[in-house]
Design a protein around this ligand. Structure first.
Ligand code: ZN
Length: 420
């Protein structure tokens, strides 16, 4: 397999009726910060165009990056991400309340990263197994006492786990549910491993939130699917599973937590499933035109952003970026911000002193914001925009201004917010 391959069929229903609906700029693989500026500038770019299946309505990427390339150098650790450990403690408590597994039951996490989600289960006395192809994250998990298999989820591995550990009462696939190219294989693995009385929990960004919040910063190669409930319900059914509950969560600016049982399991389908299906019908979420309208919104935002920074540059303004986040290279590419930022401030030890992939912007400690006082700081770590503004009131007081890009562009100064 070359680094990227293009599929021609829908990831959920195998239909060939897939249409390009959102045109985006190709972007580099997000996390490869380099110490060599030329390497960072020359990073290969791969498509992230968004397609919709006109049969089942699933919204997805069809340009698939070889998972080995995508995950080997992955440097995102969920335990390090702001707010995530607390989120996982709460999530595990909710799962236990919902599933009520017997003492010592097996909990499997697909895409377990550094084991952060499994940790509270282990502490509660359950047997845990993590699976994650990111070798460094898996190593950290094992080191922290969370048994983790450094591998992709495959049918062979599912059978082996079932034989060695028995069926699982809880299976989780948080975030990776959007990451799998072969989702059919993934849910078949779930069916193989899931106890008849067990529950499968997944979390994925919700398409409706992406559209309403104009969350283009989250459209990168790892997110191969942008899920909605309508196509998922049919898909799970075809694979011998049943969606029994679905909840909208605020994590990552809007996601979907689905709960699934073996088809014909003892639990009733809750009203939440019907309610979201009705909402999606009301919002025409599985119709091509809805995504084409989103494409038009993105185009307008790009014109506005590029126009604004172009004008500021002409006026001689000094512009920095705030946050060497995964979304940074994405926002820079999609909103035409290339060449506008002199540096990006961030304190992440693995990023400081390196160059942002694609645009080659140097990453420097956040103290530079005060030492150099740029006229504007564009918030690239969009998830944390509110917190960044709150904790940098001094920068604003001294005349600095933040630029917030999504969902609507605004400039934040000591005098307040101004929409652009
Ligand atoms: Zn489809």
């Amino acid at each position: 397999m070359s680094v990227v391959s293009h599929r021609n069929t829908c990831r959920l229903c195998d239909s060939g009726n897939v249409e390009l609906v959102v045109n985006l700029k190709p972007i580099p693989l997000s996390e490869n910060y380099s110490t060599d500026r030329d390497v960072a500038l020359g990073a290969a770019r791969f498509p992230v165009d968004v397609y919709m299946c006109s049969d089942c309505g699933h919204v997805q990427h069809l340009d698939v990056i070889d998972p080995k390339v995508l995950w080997d150098s992955y440097t995102y650790y969920s335990g390090e991400a702001k707010g995530m450990p607390e989120h996982f403690v709460q999530v595990s408590a909710n799962i236990l309340r919902k599933c009520e597994p017997p003492a010592g039951a097996l909990v499997i996490d697909i895409g377990s990263n550094d084991g952060s989600l499994l940790k509270p289960f282990k502490q509660a006395g359950f047997r845990v197994v993590g699976i994650d192809p990111a070798t460094e994250a898996a190593r950290r998990a094992n080191e922290a006492g969370i048994p983790t298999i450094p591998s992709l989820m495959t049918a062979d591995l599912a059978r082996r786990l079932r034989e060695e550990h028995g069926p699982a009462h809880v299976i989780c696939a948080f975030n990776v549910f959007a990451h799998a190219d072969d989702l059919g294989e993934m849910v078949d693995c779930v069916r193989t491993m899931l106890h008849p009385d067990g529950l499968f929990f997944f979390e994925a960004q919700y398409l409706l939130d992406i559209i309403d919040g104009v969350l283009i910063a989250t459209i990168f190669h790892e997110h191969m699917s942008h899920h909605s409930v309508t196509p998922l319900t049919t898909f799970l059914n075809r694979h011998g599973l049943e969606l029994i509950s679905v909840e909208r969560a605020r994590v990552q600016h809007g996601s979907l937590i689905g709960v699934v049982q073996q088809k014909g399991g003892r639990r009733p389908v809750e009203a939440s499933v019907k309610e979201l299906l009705a909402l999606e019908a009301d919002r025409h979420l599985t119709e091509l035109q809805t995504l084409r309208d989103f494409n038009a919104t993105v185009t307008r935002l790009r014109e506005k952003a590029a126009g604004l920074v172009g004008k500021l540059k002409t006026e001689g303004a000094k512009i920095a970026g705030y946050g060497a986040a995964r979304s940074g290279p994405t926002l820079i590419a999609q909103l035409g911000l290339s060449g506008t930022m002199e540096y990006i401030v961030d304190d992440h030890p693995q990023k400081v002193g390196k160059y942002e992939t694609g645009d080659g912007v140097p990453v420097v400690p956040t103290a530079h914001l005060y030492e150099r006082m740029p006229d504007y700081a564009i918030i690239l770590a969009w998830v944390h925009a509110k917190k960044i503004i709150e904790t940098n009131q001094e920068y604003l007081k001294r005349g600095g201004r933040f630029i917030v890009l999504c969902p609507e562009m605004r400039i934040v100064s000591k005098d307040g917010d101004v929409k652009v």
